[in-house]
Design a protein around this ligand. Structure first.
Ligand SMILES: [Zn+2]
Length: 445
């Protein structure tokens, strides 16, 4: 607990806020985020901040709040999701919904993804309000439901129906990034500036059906076999997009000369695959950042043991580098993997611009290097997806920036969505402080 300028207002520490947030079981599905969001709403109301709740479904609300700046800079958006993934069949050392502190860590589902980040944002937001920080732009806080299931009731719903609350916003702070990550003794802090685009496809294979007793060659079962084999063995071409180039160039510049040279080689398509192989396990991190990928994840077809199916559907999880269109992707698939007789249909495509807007990157880097003298902030392209893709539809550039200085001996990425997810108490304080510094300095020359 700390008291700020106004002695009547007592703020919860970010760590305490996080403990409370973890205790609301917001496993999605079903989500049930209402109580968790009501808790945040109550914290804001106690501080005298007005809130707006909008919901597509009543028990899946989204909260928006705003504090005023001078108007010298456009509004800045802070956003995060309170839903979490489940803990099914996972064995935990401490109650995943207990928010307990042991050995300096806050344990629980969502401590990293991303209730820890929400605790930082809410606490920095309350502090800026409580200390009457001189802000250049309004600060908008959006706490949303449903990110883990695609955001249809959360960020996507807000963007489609309540864009008016985000008018004029150019930049946003969200997940995923800002944590320390050791490579060759260097403390990199990757800040997400772009993510890959979702492009889900439905492939349909057709052939004549018929009675199982009559036998069949080259029917859709055989085509299915061919398709799955080719998806497994073929690789799509390498592309050095701006986001991956920023990321690899900045990491290379901070590494010893030879290591830097090897890393830069990734950006030359004729050498990429060889270097990926040389990098071994580390190569696996870079591989999806340099090409579009496609994975067969669902197969539907065949109903009766004595009937040849006349149709088989295969769902393909396509992930595109920023800026690629679904047409370009399908053309690549046709050329390298998928035969012409397979019908392909786009079932979901969520575009991300080819080139991230790096306008706020320097401020975020400066805040990190001031907080940790050894920090090397680097831009990051994320292979997965976040709510950033929805806000991108409003032209908003998200930076994944939930700063955490993390101990070297634990692989934190491996704890996300996994058992024993936990975060050092000190990392949450570090992040809350860093985000507050960003609010303070945003828009000042
Ligand atoms: Zn998340």
């Amino acid at each position: 607990m700390s008291t700020l300028n106004n002695p009547n207002l007592i703020y919860e520490s970010p760590a305490t806020i996080l403990q409370h947030l973890i205790r609301f079981n917001t496993t999605n599905p079903p989500g049930d985020e209402a109580d968790c969001i009501a808790y945040i709403e109550e914290l804001l109301h106690q501080a005298g901040i007005e809130t707006t709740i909008v919901a597509k479904e009543n028990d899946r609300p989204n909260l928006i709040a705003r504090i005023k700046g001078s108007g010298a800079a456009p509004p800045l958006l802070l956003y995060g999701h309170v839903d979490v993934v489940g803990v099914d069949k996972q064995v935990w050392s401490h109650d995943p919904f207990g928010g307990e502190i042991h050995d300096g860590y806050i344990w629980g589902r969502g401590s990293l993804d991303m209730k820890g980040g929400i605790a930082m944002m809410v606490s920095a937001f309350l502090r800026a309000h409580g200390e009457r920080t001189h802000l250049q732009g309004d600060i908008i806080l959006a706490i949303v439901s449903d990110e883990e299931a695609g955001g249809d009731l959360g960020a996507s719903f807000l963007v489609d129906n309540y864009a008016k609350y985000f008018e004029g916003v150019e930049y946003a702070i969200g997940e995923f990034g800002g944590f320390s990550f050791q490579v060759s003794g260097r403390s990199f802090y990757p800040i997400m500036v772009a993510e890959k685009q979702v492009c889900w496809l439905r492939a349909t294979l057709r052939s004549e059906g018929g009675h199982g007793s009559l036998g069949q060659q080259n029917g859709c079962m055989a085509q299915l076999g061919k398709l799955l084999q080719s998806l497994n063995s073929a690789k799509l071409p390498i592309h050095a997009t701006p986001a991956a180039t920023y990321m690899i160039e900045s990491m290379a510049a901070a590494l010893p000369a030879i290591a830097g040279m090897v890393l830069r080689g990734l950006l030359h398509p004729s050498r990429t695959d060889l270097i990926l192989k040389l990098l071994g396990d580390k190569g696996k991190l870079f591989q999806p950042l340099l090409r579009n990928t496609v994975s067969a994840t669902v197969v539907r077809g065949g109903e009766k043991i004595n009937v040849h199916p006349s149709e088989i559907i295969v769902e393909l999880d396509g992930r595109l580098l920023p800026g690629f269109t679904s047409e370009q992707f399908i053309a690549e698939l046709r050329k390298h993997i998928i035969q012409d007789d397979v019908e392909l249909e786009v079932i979901r495509y969520e575009p991300i611009p080819a080139k991230p807007n790096m306008g706020m990157f320097k401020l975020l880097s400066d805040v990190l290097t001031e907080a940790d003298g050894a920090a090397i902030p680097v831009p990051m392209l994320l292979p997965g997806g976040t709510d950033a893709r929805h806000f991108a539809r409003l032209g908003i550039q998200t930076y994944g920036f939930l700063p955490m200085r993390l101990p070297e001996d634990i692989n934190f990425s491996a704890l996300i969505h996994a058992a024993d997810e936990r975060v050092p108490v000190t990392a949450i304080d570090f992040g809350a402080q860093a985000i507050f510094r960003v609010l303070e300095r945003y828009g000042k020359a």
